[in-house]
Design a protein around this ligand. Structure first.
Ligand code: TXA
Ligand code: MG
Length: 328
């Protein structure tokens, strides 16, 4: 549904940064690149802007947002950091890590953005364009991925435009993102919990903590009462059914392959895209959402996906693929 709003697109640079900061200050919605995926930003303290943001994405209002800040000082005005949280922030910020922490006493993030929880998700992105915009705006910016709710996350400005043109004020185009999957989310309470695998691997986090990360409780994927409220099982679904761990290809399927491995009846695929010919998981993560979008447009009976190792960034890739396979 087009709201009739004109969505401007600007190439990243000083002029775009100043315009973006002004639009945010007026309660507008600005999409910008982060190192993980494109985010859709709004003033974290402006409930009306956040309400517009939920509406523009078609996002269930119980699914809270990540506050993006420029430095640790700003983060500490929003949330309470224990020792482990400080260690993780020190090791990985700026970067693809989101921490879920207890809210600070006079937390400036609007209740609507945290969906009424007494915790808040927060990160310092590493992308220069994102950081410049946050600094120029001068406050926290809440930013979910800049896609319609339920679609795969956008890794280019074109993806954002395809989903949100006519619904948001501005898109700052900084080219394709580097990481390609969303940030890793860690809840820092008594024991740190991996709430969402993402662009920072479990192994890197565990190395800094010196012990294994806990897994979220089993009902984390329940739509009725999500633990990481956004961890809805079908969050990343393309329209085409997705068939995981394919060892062969059925006639009429599109093939999403990985590495140099063989797959039976490869010639039956109507189209094939290889996430990484050389089997590199970082390259596969960067290609994942774009390739899913492209294959989704081919009207295939299904997208057959070859197995991807559950190690390093493979944990996040397989998480997104499992969600894609659940369908919407
Ligand atoms: O890489 C990323 O994290 C991107 C870029 C734009 O920064 N953002 C992103 O936002 O992926 P979003 O809204 O698509 O995903 C945020 C996730 C949701 O699953 C949400 O439920 C969870 O963070 N979340 C936010 N606040 C939370 C909280 N207080 N407790 C638990 N989960 C929370
Ligand atoms: Mg998202």
């Amino acid at each position: 549904m087009d709201t009739g709003l004109k969505t401007h697109v600007l190439s990243a640079g000083a002029a775009a940064t100043a315009t973006a900061a002004g639009v945010l200050a007026e309660g507008g919605l600005v999409a910008f690149p982060t190192e993980t995926v494109y985010g859709l930003g709004a003033d974290a303290g402006n409930a009306a802007a956040i309400a517009r943001l939920y509406e523009a994405k078609g996002r269930p209002a119980f699914n809270p947002l990540i506050a993006h800040v420029a430095d640790l000082g700003a983060a500490r005005r929003i949330a309470l950091f224990n020792g482990q949280a400080l260690r993780l922030a020190d090791a990985f910020w700026p970067g693809p890590l989101t921490l879920v922490l207890p809210k600070a006493l006079s937390c400036p993030v609007a209740e609507l953005a945290t969906a009424g929880l007494d915790t808040v998700a927060i990160r310092i992105p590493a992308h220069k364009v994102a950081r410049d915009i946050i600094k120029a705006f001068g406050g926290a910016v809440v930013a979910p991925s800049a896609n319609l709710s339920g679609h795969v996350s956008p890794t280019t400005a074109e993806h954002v435009n395809g989903d949100l043109a006519g619904r948001i004020d501005l898109i700052v185009d900084g080219g394709p993102v580097e990481v390609g999957v969303e940030s890793t989310i860690v809840g820092c309470f008594s024991d740190p919990v991996l709430l969402r695998p993402g662009g920072l691997t479990r192994a890197e986090i565990e190395r800094v903590l010196g012990h294994p990360l806990q897994s979220p409780p089993q009902d984390a994927e329940s739509e009725a009462q999500p633990v990481a409220p956004g961890m809805l099982a079908s969050h990343y679904a393309p329209r085409t059914p997705v068939r995981l761990n394919a060892s062969d290809v059925h006639v009429g399927e599109a093939l999403l392959s990985f590495g140099p491995a063989k797959v039976a009846r490869r010639e039956c695929a109507s189209v094939e895209m290889n996430l990484s010919e050389r089997g590199d998981l970082a390259e596969a993560a960067a290609n994942l959402f774009g390739y899913l979008r492209t294959l989704d447009k081919r009207n295939a009976d299904a997208i057959a996906v070859m197995p991807i190792p559950e190690e390093g960034l493979g944990e996040a890739i397989n998480d997104r693929l499992r969600r894609a396979a659940v369908g919407r």
